[in-house]
Design a protein around this ligand. Structure first.
Ligand SMILES: [Zn+2]
Length: 558
């Protein structure tokens, strides 16, 4: 098929002189763009060229001429902004993907009516009596009504289906049909759950262990659902400019459930790069579990599309978010991390509270004196209230911080509980000044939306989902800094900042052409940004108008 990609491709064709083509012309050139290379100097370029999955030139359209041949595909970006592909440094994406094709999501729904409309649509498309599951990723603060939906609303939207709705790891509502389907006797609650303190019919509360156990009783998607869901979810992330993930495992996902991911990798059908860690599954026997698993899975094993990235975010259940670990718990944890350090495994750990993080950092400091961990890219996830002292200790140990937009959803509560102290949550500015390696991300999809532009807007305006201003200017990055955290900053956590995260010669060709200029669009509109064309390793993995043709194998006529 020979046709030009875009009207402006005639311009490109004008300088694609076959006679002048080099022995190895570029596979793809992008011209007429505003390319935020995010190189050290912060250079903006107009054009780039890609060959064999890597960037071979960055500059202006004229410079791409010598690199273009008859088979080179040219994309005229129409003056649009191009950014390095975004990388979420802490997203439970492998798990989210498994059920993406079978769950209902409320991400971005701004009213209860809109949320109920999604339930209604899902009910219309579901098998008779099929479950409708909202597994998180929303908060009542996102709804204009500022409340949770009622059981009556859910039953009205889906009278013939069992409905399960989870709010973070705090609350669940199940319709009578859902309770009945799980065999919960009338008038009782599922194990581990308590009635909602506000007495709202059908709503109940529990903790992460209880709610995860309840969730695990729900019918599971089939393997084909897993594969379809993974494809669809990764494409959805590509639509938002994401080209890479660091995935920390999670509750409710066992090693056997990585099969869909591995299948897509084997078929070369992954549309984004995944670095995954293993989440301890065997409470009390974690060291043996990790020893067994990693005998055939050395640190970094895999390739640029999929690789093994060490342990976490649950390292031992006993230390998981434990603000009061006793000496026995700490000794057992120490034995495990010492083994991990000798094996040069990366370790990422979930820790919420600065008030208790000394338990963890004390062990890391002791270990570092015995077996150096600086250089192993260990990291702490969350820690939204990290103090300057904590960040300095992390910096000294070479421990990175994966920072998420938890306060977008949870900020109203943090403000109510902590008052002014919440204005430094999370301390992005302090971390940057301390020189800590910071990766951006979301922690999606149970506790947050996966939308990176919503997170970027929140990084910049510090506002919660309900519109309250929370984070102060001291802790607010610039647009360029925020973008660096979402690209090279996140790439650091899988040892990849030298390979991707910036648009420079020799780097992997991962980038997104945006529908609006991230750098100049009014702050309050950043969250609405989408990608019009997303490229991973030189391959167009997502394309929307006016770039749909770029997704097909179209050659520019010489
Ligand atoms: Zn976590």
């Amino acid at each position: 098929m020979t046709r030009t990609l875009f009207t402006a491709a005639a311009l490109v064709a004008g300088f694609l002189m076959p006679g002048a083509a080099q022995a190895q012309p570029a596979d793809l050139v992008v011209i007429n763009a505003k390319i935020a290379t995010l190189d050290a100097a912060g250079t903006t370029a107009q054009a780039l060229a890609v060959r064999d999955g890597r960037i071979v030139a960055v500059g202006n359209a004229a410079q791409m001429r010598a690199l273009s041949g008859s088979a080179t595909r040219a994309v005229d970006a129409g003056g649009r902004t191009v950014i390095p592909g975004l990388i979420d440094s802490h997203m439970h994406a492998v798990r989210a993907a498994l059920s993406y094709s079978t769950e209902v999501n409320w991400i971005g729904a701004s009213t209860i009516a809109e949320a109920m409309a999604r339930i209604r649509t899902a009910a219309a498309n579901a098998r008779p009596g099929g479950w409708l599951i909202v597994a998180g990723g929303w908060t009542e603060q996102q709804f204009a009504e500022r409340r949770r939906p009622t059981m009556a609303e859910l039953q009205e939207a889906a009278p013939d289906h069992p409905v399960y709705v989870q709010l973070f790891y705090e609350a669940v509502v199940m319709t009578p049909k859902a309770l009945e389907a799980l065999g919960v006797p009338a008038g009782t609650l599922p194990a581990g759950m308590k009635p909602s303190p506000d007495g709202a019919p059908g709503w109940m509360t529990g903790d992460i262990v209880g709610i995860s156990a309840l969730f695990d009783k729900l019918p599971k998607p089939t393997y084909d659902d897993n594969v379809a869901g993974t494809r669809a979810f990764f494409t959805e992330l590509n639509r938002l400019g994401i080209t890479g993930l660091v995935d920390p495992g999670g509750f409710s996902i066992a090693p056997s459930q990585y099969a869909a991911l591995f299948e897509l990798w084997r078929e070369k059908a992954l549309t984004l790069r995944v670095a995954y860690s293993v989440f301890a599954q065997k409470p009390g026997a974690e060291l043996q579990e990790f020893r067994d698993l990693t005998q055939m899975l050395p640190m970094g094993f895999g390739d640029d599309m999929l690789k093994f990235n060490g342990l976490g975010e649950r390292v031992t259940l006993a230390m998981y978010n434990n603000n009061f670990p006793d000496e026995a718990v700490k000794a057992k944890f120490y034995e495990l991390i010492k083994w991990a350090a000798t094996k040069k495994l990366a370790v990422t750990i979930h820790w919420q509270e600065n008030g208790s993080v000394d338990h963890l950092l004390g062990l890391y400091e002791k270990l570092n004196a015995e077996v150096p961990i600086n250089g192993l890219r260990w990291s702490i996830a969350h820690l939204d209230d990290a103090s300057p002292e904590t960040l300095a200790r992390m910096k000294a140990l070479g421990i990175g911080w994966t920072m998420q937009d938890a306060m977008y959803f949870q900020g109203d509560r943090a403000l109510a509980v902590r008052g002014d102290a919440a204005r430094r949550m999370p301390p992005i500015g302090t971390a940057l000044r301390a020189g800590v390696n910071v990766g951006a991300g979301t922690d999606a999809h149970r506790v947050a939306s996966y939308n990176p532009f919503v997170a970027l807007q929140w990084m910049l305006d510090g506002k919660t989902v309900s519109g309250k201003t929370m984070r102060g200017p001291d802790e607010t990055p610039t647009r360029e800094q925020a973008l660096r955290l979402y690209t090279a900053g996140s790439a650091w956590f899988s040892f990849d900042e030298g390979r991707r995260g910036t648009l420079e010669v020799g780097k992997l060709a991962d980038f997104a052409v945006l529908d609006q200029d991230f750098f100049t669009v009014p702050l309050e509109r950043i969250g609405k940004t989408t990608s019009l064309m997303t490229v991973v390793g030189g391959r167009v993995v997502y394309a929307a108008r006016p770039f749909e043709a770029a997704g097909t194998s179209v050659a520019v006529a010489p």
